[in-house]
Unconditional design. Sequence first.
Lengths: 394, 476
Amino acid sequence: MSRKGIHDKVSVVGMGCTKFSEHWDKSTDDLIIEAAHEALNDAGIELKDVEAAWIGTMDSGYAGMTLSGPLKSDYIPVTRVENMCATGSEAFRNACYAVAAGAYDIALVVGVEKLKDSGYSGLVMNSSPGDGTSPNITAPASFSLLAPAYFNRYGLDPKQGKEVLARIAWKNHANGALNKKAQYQKEIPMDRIINSPMIAAPLGVLDCSGVADGAAAAVIVRTEDSKKYRNDPMLVKALSIAAGPGEGMLTQDFDFTSIQENVRAAEDAYKQAGIKNPRKEIDMAEVHDCFTPTELVIYEDLGFSERGEGWKDVQNGRFDLKGDLPVNPDGGLKSFGHPIGASGLRMLYEMYLQFQGKADKRQLDDPKIGLTHNLGGYPWQCVSFISIVGKNLS
Amino acid sequence: MQGIIAYEVYLPHHRISKKEVAGFHGGYAGKGTKSVAHYDEDSLTMAVNASNSLGDALEKYQPGAVYFASTTSPYQEKLGSVTLAKALHLPANTGTIDYGNSLRAASNAIRAGMNAVESGKGSVLVSLSDRRLARPKSPLEAEMGAGAVSFLLGEGDDVLAELIGSSNVAGEQVSQWRTAQDQFLRQWEDRFIAHSVSEAVLQCVHDLLTKTNRSLENIDTVILAGPTEKLSLTLARLIGANEEQVTSMRDGSIGHLGTANGPYMFTKALSESIPGQTILWLQAGDGCEAMLFQTTEAISSYKQKKPLSHFEENSNENVTYSDYLRWYELLEVDEGRRPGASTPSAPALKRNSDQILGLFGSECMSCGQSYYPKQRVCVKCHVKDEMKPFSLQGKKAKVATYTVDYLATSVSPPTIFAVVDIEGGSRMLAQATDCTPDEISIGTEVEFSFRKLYEAGGVHNYFWKVVPKRGVQHES
């Protein structure tokens, strides 16, 4: 699956991100305008400079008008993108390719989701009419399937397993506490996480990402043009997305301790970026911690931990802000919140801030290579996105 | 020889004690329990499960007709027998007839089935099932249970009990009834029913004994399937049956099973019979119908796949009255802040009816991998359109991983979902039912059970769930 990719061909020269929150007083349009203008201002350009735009949203709007309407863009092409929870990343990927191809010089990407107008708890997706037999399993329940399978395979008793998962949530909350744009800006003690009300056993409510409204945006140009806009652009080294054929629920080959789409997307992305040893070469990562067991499995799928060792790395603090490989320094989906279409761009926003030394109290020590991982679907079948971004040409 | 070739019973997993019912309303508590259908069961799901246990006999005899008898068919207009035939993999040209409107639907269906057998139309599957509802606090409430019985009627050396003769008497009266709009069963005063029904029963017994040239004292077992257990015993006494003859009628644990009640007692009598015994089945209901059976040599070697002990030893006796209210939709509950179920698409239901009701997936003819749901392209060897149908019914299955979903909308939360690995290599995400989270773990053996997922837009959405494999089961 070796693909050429667009290593260092395009760069991000402006980004914006709203606070992720229950924005009772803001509409989808308000969030798009806020994020888009922050990114344009950051790049030092105006909307009229943008030649094409992509809007990523799962359910908060349809077609390109979702963006052209509120922003009043001047009849430029706008594409609305949906790829479940990887929607924001997918919008970014498509915009990068268009710029790399030379079709446009400047592209704008916005990801947005307005979840809290529905009145529902958790995430609810529009589904097409069917024969009524698809299980009405909720998102936390579908990802909680990973937990007993992982505990069973690696010999963790339920109490031990629960502590490992809680330790992941604890870390992400500790990071989010340092982030002014996060939905939940406070540390949560381990015992409160462990004892939080059950949502999908063994997951409690504090094992789940925050349901939030929000938007994030990026301005993309070719790397050769990037210095016109700023001295510290973020370079795109690899973009990969793997869509699964569904083997996880069709055959008995997968045991729910790994997500094959993650493994495939990682292989592809590492090849594009020339990464041989992800554990050593990657300085920081933002991964799709929709639920705590997802993050645990991702460590192993992406090669951050050896198989069966992820839980030990969690306990020894490897992925903490001060650890060898900080994961979700901005708080992750867990504490930053998860407005579906915006999340992939929010992850890139943290990389961008870290490279520029603007990550405030979360600032890492001069990171040079970062990874974002964004997943849409279910553990048995999903789309898995990985980007590798960097501070310098390589 | 013509008669009953095979029989199977299905009883729900759940029981409520009469004490629990009385505890809610106050007042006198009788002894024992009654069977309670789970929230995902109705007369049709139970009929499918009872009939499905007949598996091998159905395979061997290929019934030419399916009769479904119930006073509580899930639809006023739509045949249960058609759904039943589809779930049992019977071809579209199988005869399909529903019987209802009276407890006598049971004997109507059996007698019509025997008529068909006698006229040389092949074997007939008859399934009798009910889940009747009595008004809370009414005397009937503590007694109305739920369950199903299926018989395969036919001809040949496998016949377990031969039909010797039958008779019927119509009785125009108001005793137990329900209008088209009534949710709950109505009943007139016991003493009047005993009086009025006894006229028809006596006449019926007299006619049958005369026709068959027998006397009552020479009958080994008498089953009097009346409107309630007490009335059944009263009526049996009135016709002069003695204690030994009516022993099979006593069952303090499952309650009255409606149209399945007489059949249930009949199967109990059959399971306790030796060859050459006579069983008189009197089915009351808007009159009476009588059938006299005699067991054959074959009865001594017959084994139910799921004998009564299977259901007795594994039941959950601890249903609370509040569970009962929710399961029978007697209490409107909040659905939580989640979207309601959407109406299944009729075209999708039609396209996938074999898959949904027959549990048919597909098997790759190139590499042998099986799938559920059916696939056109093999995920293993990637060939296209080289699949044959493959049903998961009766296949061994075990849990690969599972979750307990407290957020999913359900009448009976939490919902247990299990990733189930099935013999033959396929896998599916199934809902587990009739169990607590403690009963499911990685490696648990499960079996498929036909259930109703939900009802939306007036459509009963039937599908298969899994239950932990329990208790006595005879493999054939």
